[in-house]
Ligand binder design. Structure first.
Ligand SMILES: Cc1cc2nc3c(=O)[nH]c(=O)nc-3n(C[C@H](O)[C@H](O)[C@H](O)COP(=O)(O)OP(=O)(O)OC[C@H]3O[C@@H](n4cnc5c(N)ncnc54)[C@H](O)[C@@H]3O)c2cc1C
Ligand code: FES
Length: 282
């Protein structure tokens, strides 16, 4: 983890209300793992002392990029920064996504900025599986061409039906799972991810592994499906953060232990957790 006195290299509209920000970051970029984030001090937003966390979308030896949307005062101020402006970054922070298990077919599930958070994972995973993107409208669906270019099969769902199927992204996931099962139950021919399941027996969904980032309701729905089907799911949790480095406990969630539960810090122990560990609270 490094603190970088960075400069803004690029700042532009990316898609819908989302903007891309690219920072010089030679001491952060080379060390980034998929699912990690930077903690950003927003320039000219001096009345707010707290940094804001943003998932690292892309990274190389010299720079990191994020995709963000203005949702409040900090991100509204961020939208006014200009190329060449100095900015302070801490990163890479957090525990990101693990690689998929041996022989597993990865499924990505993303909503909103989750598409950005999953991009490096999509690039790094050796097996390209199926990506499910959800949002309110077509404007919320990011990076479709980028994921397709990496070799992912992309399925889209929007609340208003303006792109892909109408409804929640978890409905698109359910439909795909059912199609796979129907394929093996029906003809038993052709390759699908349930290959190896006995024909006419209950399909083995355990060949799948899920990686998800998005709104908490979506994450819970993905985690519930995984647990019901005996699948592993890795969820990147979104919590308000203050220090970003494990010191203040602003970002805690309840995590199961052998004899009960403990507090886990999303900024340091996460943001990515195994769905089985998470105790959801209303
Ligand atoms: C690990 C992590 C990675 C993130 N990555 C991205 C990213 O790549 N792109 C992106 O656009 N956003 C990302 N976010 C969310 C981003 O940090 C918030 O949008 C930002 O902190 C809001 O700051 P603000 O000052 O504009 O909003 P505020 O004025 O602080 O709040 C405005 C509204 O947003 C809500 N809010 C504030 N922070 C969060 C938060 N962390 N999660 C949910 N609601 C919040 C508040 O409750 C309030 O309703 C990430 C959050 C986390 C925890
Ligand atoms: S934000 Fe301070 S402990 Fe996580």
């Amino acid at each position: 983890m490094k603190q970088e006195n960075s400069t803004i290299l690029e700042h532009r509209l990316f898609h819908g209300d989302y903007r891309l920000l690219k920072f010089s970051a030679p001491s952060i970029g080379p060390h980034v793992q998929p699912g990690q984030f930077v903690h950003l001090k927003i320039p000219r937003f001096e009345h707010a002392v707290l940094r804001r966390p943003f998932s690292i979308f892309k990274a190389d030896t010299e720079s990191v990029s994020i995709l963000y949307k203005a949702v409040g005062r900090g991100t509204a101020a961020l939208a006014t920064v200009v190329e060449g402006e100095p900015v302070s970054l801490i990163g890479p922070l957090g525990t990101g996504f693990p690689m998929a298990g041996n022989g597993k077919i990865p499924l990505l599930v993303a909503g909103g900025y989750g598409n950005a958070a999953l991009y490096l994972q999509a690039a790094k995973l050796p097996v390209k599986g199926v990506a499910f993107f959800g949002g309110r409208t077509a404007d919320d669906i990011l990076c479709v061409d980028e994921f397709k270019a990496l070799g992912w099969d992309v399925h889209i769902a929007t609340d208003d039906g303006s792109l892909g199927q109408k409804g929640f992204v978890t409905a698109a996931l359910d439909a795909w799972l059912e199609e796979q099962e129907a394929g093996i139950r029906g003809h038993g021919s052709g390759e699908n991810c349930f290959q190896g399941s006995e024909k006419n027996s209950k399909p083995q969904r355990s060949c799948l592994e899920l990686f998800a980032c998005g709104p908490n309701a979506m994450l819970k729905a993905v985690g519930d499906r995984a647990i019901q089907n005996g699948l592993t799911a890795w969820l990147s949790m979104d919590r308000n953060m203050a220090c970003g480095v494990g010191a203040c406990l602003t970002c805690v969630i309840k995590r199961k232990t052998a004899d009960g539960w403990e507090w886990a810090r999303c900024c340091k122990d996460g943001p990515v957790f195994n769905a089985e560990e998470i105790i959801w609270e209303d």
